[in-house]
Design a protein around this ligand. Sequence first.
Ligand SMILES: [Zn+2]
Ligand SMILES: [Zn+2]
Length: 360
Amino acid sequence: MQEDKLIKTEFQIFEEAGKSFNYEEKEIELNLNSGEVLVKVLLSTICGSDLHTIEGKRKEDVPCILGHEAVGEIIRINDRKGFEIGDRVTWTIADSCGKCAACTDYGLPEKCHELFKYGHASINKGSGLNGCYSNIIHIRRGTHLVKVPEVVSNPMAAPANCALATMVNAVSQLKKVPKKVVVQGGGLLGVYACALLEEMGVSEIYCSDINLDRFDIIGKFGAVPVDGRDMQKATAFLLDRLGDGADAIIEVAGVKELIPQGISLLRPGGEYVLVGLVHPDSELNITAEQIIRKCLTVRGVHNYAPWHLEEAIDFLERNHRNFPFGELVSPPFNLENLEEAVMEAKKQHWFRVSVKPKHK
Ligand SMILES: [Zn+2]
Ligand SMILES: [Zn+2]
């Protein structure tokens, strides 16, 4: 099962914001411990949080291999039940211990006391192959693997282990199937939310964004697009449409000024799920009284648990024909040209820009 041999690697090292990536190719010797898996990266996608790191808005343990959204194929495996070499898989971005209070009592393995996150760890940890801007990633024992069915293509599957699984988590927080929902933000998280809500049977879904180029896709993912450039106008439009108010609001825009709008749009007893405002510039201009008098529930969602990734892949399998998931992702850039791919991602022409390694 375990064979020690050299593997050919290529990867991009991130050192600090404002500095170019360092592209390296080398052969390394790697031993797998029990439960570990080596995965050949087939396709990765550039997540917004990577752009934040590259722009210096977020700190990582450097030097590191960034990239955490990907799909791959198992090339070496040591003692993993149910998986074998050649399986096409995705994996949780977090490795968790399965024993601490967060993993057991709280039902939040994504908050494990021993948490390790791919694409966010130094190259000095373990084998160093901890990120997806690489041809090989070293998967740890406490990481949940999910097989990707054939009907789910690589571009469809790549963003599943960050963006889609997070949104599965977000919509699963809703206490019952709502009738009317507003999604604040029409980026990748937003359009995934719309599709998930439509599949759940939500009858009215509105998705606001300031980028009108996204409206066509927002419509194809089951929502009425709302022009958010003028917040007052957008609020008036939504209040008119919603009648008594929205049953739920899902925030994925990361813009704190949208929260008072959301509070005003919710009906009594409504639910607010916060996902996007995961940065320090998120002080809110609302009062506790507004939450209390409307009997609102406010829920924060950060990352996800293994069962959300399972559901994300099932959702893609069930809906591969219902929504144009493939249209969200750019044709692949070569890993060697990661800088160009990052420039393309910053332009926001695509919901995700994809990257592919040269070495198979
Ligand atoms: Zn991400
Ligand atoms: Zn744990």
